[in-house]
Design a protein around this ligand. Sequence first.
Ligand code: F6P
Length: 324
Amino acid sequence: IKKIAVLTSGGDSPGMNAAIRSVVRTCAYMKVECVGIYRGYQGMIEGDFKPMDARSVNNIINKGGTILKSARCEDFRTPEGRKKAHEQLVSAGIDAFVVIGGDGSFTGAMIFNQEYQFPIMGIPGTIDNDIFGTSFTLGFDTALNTVVDCIDKIRDTASSHNRLFFVEVMGRDVGHIALNAGVGAGAEEILIPEENLGLDRLLESLKRSKESGKSSSIVIVAEGDKTGKNVFELKEYVEKHLPIYDVRVSVLGHMQRGGAPSCYDRVLASRMGVKAVESLLEGRTNLMVGVQDNKITLTPINKAIKGHTKIDKELIRVSEIMTT
Ligand code: F6P
């Protein structure tokens, strides 16, 4: 392998730039050429490539977003799209690529590898932490810190006005952000898709907490929760059935995807980038780099796609005890 490409794909996440930097610098260290692919698989199909050397990634370790841009590409889902992408890679002399993204991006890479036996390596980059084979995806830790910071601020005003706040957080169809940030920010209740305890329980818990002397409360709602109500409907529901509360809603939205990556995400990205390039140079392919028990690991990419990480039951128990 003489030339390795790197791209970011799907929803961006803090730490992607640190991972790009690591891939580029590891290539430079190993004396292998490196090429950046812009706009994910769309740029691969269009041949939107740029040679990258160690200096082209100066001053990006601390930056959110991705300097290579990202896209969710429909064309790469088609055999025609992948054929064009393959032609572009071959004509640019690229021998392998590292894709930084989530499970949609990995699925594309895996199919591409099956069709063209093209060496690929995945680095998990998503704030959702919904990938099997790694305890942390890049951006998850930063997103948690962002969410906790926001909730701390909401708590100030909730407490001044004796209010109840429903705060919606991202996570697609999993509740890792909600659960972890909920425990970290001291939420009263945490509604996650993995454990739907029903609306009656929510009302009981809010009633109990009011009676126990709490003046304000924060309820974290994962965007994929299974109560059947969105945050605004939950507000109406509680106002109707529990008129003791003055309720407000805050949807945190895409701010959770931005911002400077935490030190943890920067270090993890640096470790993962080194492992990705080293593994390709050792002749390995079709794998995802992960971190488990603080060790950098490799998982077959098909396994990373299929299994969602399980929600942490011990953390659910901790959150229940903390709301006493
Ligand atoms: O996968 C990351 C994520 O931010 C999810 O948490 C969220 O559901 C989704 O992407 C939002 O996607 P978009 O930026 O395309 O609206």
